[in-house]
Design a protein around this ligand. Structure first.
Ligand SMILES: Nc1ncnc2c1ncn2[C@@H]1O[C@H](COP(=O)(O)OP(=O)(O)OP(=O)(O)O)[C@@H](O)[C@H]1O
Ligand SMILES: [Mg+2]
Length: 317
């Protein structure tokens, strides 16, 4: 089948309703072939609904979704042979080893000659090949899940929150695997609610909030166009620094580590704040002025924090 190979995925005016709830509200975007695309948003934003419509599992209420040139509501059988899916909250057979699991899933796709060793190597589970699923840590389980999504050597891989609930080290190890997928030329569609992950891995980020796509671009573009401010951070402050800054008309906040953070528009503002602190005889140990990250872009766009509210036990640990 010939199609515009520039785009692996084309989503046009996609809407999904569950009764009165509009879970996905008229969203449109494209995913280029070979890119790592991150759909980023907080709990309940509509990420899984969107992914599972694109990967043929759910049906759209309206709109058109094309995957590898095929209409996802029509060419399901042809499509599933060419894609891989890691569902959110993935689980597998408890007492089956890593190797047996991959052999089994590969048989389901009639890929008798799947190169299981290469798959195991790709997700760095060489030392765990004989381990039963139930004995793997959360990060290793997710890596096995990614390997399962790859047994049919898919062109497009969908990974729904592959790192949620993992500790920072396990998360980094999954990121390494995702880098590997990109290097193999796969198109990767990732959902996440970790800004850092999207910023680090994605070629393109689309931010979804309450079913609506509110921004799209490279991480750098999003930061450049949306967040035209800088963040001044003052560490180890002494005296009424926060009041001094607030009195000048800024909106300082105290972060978790007791630093004071303030948005400023110009470097002149930094000068003014520092002078005012000095004049008042207050004190700080160190300072830092930097461009905002995607987290701050999200905050600015939605007024919502995008935080790890998944600490509700849903994720793997
Ligand atoms: N099958 C369903 N039936 C009814 N409502 C649903 C169904 N699936 C999702 N929803 C609702 O649709 C909205 C979007 O859910 P969805 O799972 O797509 O969000 P999400 O961004 O993946 O969230 P999370 O980060 O928690 O996984 C939520 O309000 C959810 O409760
Ligand atoms: Mg989800």
């Amino acid at each position: 089948m010939t199609h515009n190979t520039e785009y692996a995925i084309e989503v046009d005016n996609l809407t999904k309703r569950y009764g009165d709830l509009v879970a996905v509200n008229d969203i449109s975007f494209t995913v280029r072939t070979g890119e790592l695309f991150a759909l980023l948003g907080p709990n309940g934003a509509g990420k899984t609904t969107t992914v599972e419509i694109i990967d043929t599992i759910r049906t759209p209420t309206s709109g058109k979704v094309t995957l590898l040139g095929m209409d996802v509501t029509k060419g399901k059988q042809a499509i599933v042979n060419r894609i891989g899916v890691l569902p959110q909250g993935f689980n597998s057979f408890d007492r089956i080893t890593v190797r047996e699991t991959l052999q089994y899933f590969s048989r389901l796709y009639s890929r008798r000659n799947s190169d299981i060793d290469s798959l195991i190597e790709l997700v760095k589970l060489e030392d765990k090949a004989r381990e039963q699923y139930r004995n793997l840590s959360g990060g290793l389980k997710q890596r096995l899940g990614i390997a399962i999504a790859l047994v049919n050597d898919p062109e497009v891989v969908f990974l729904d929150e592959p790192t949620t609930g993992l500790d920072p080290r396990a998360r980094r190890e999954v990121w390494d695997v995702l880098h590997g997928l990109k290097q193999k030329g796969k198109t990767v569609f990732l959902t996440t609610h970790y800004m850092e992950e999207a910023e680090l891995l994605a070629d393109t980020v689309a931010i979804i909030s309450k079913g609506t796509l509110i921004a799209k671009g490279t991480p750098a573009e999003l930061i450049e166009t949306t967040a035209n401010f800088m963040v001044l951070t003052l560490q180890s402050v002494d005296g009424n620094v926060i009041e001094i800054i607030a009195q000048m008309g800024f909106k300082p906040v105290i972060s978790n580590d007791n630093a004071i953070k303030t948005r400023v528009q110009h470097t002149d503002d930094v000068q003014k704040i520092l002078s005012a602190i000095k004049d008042a005889g207050a004190f700080y140990q160190s300072l830092d002025v930097r461009k905002p990250n995607l987290e701050e872009v999200f905050l600015k766009l939605t007024g919502e924090a995008l935080h790890d509210s998944h600490a509700d036990g849903r994720g793997t640990t």
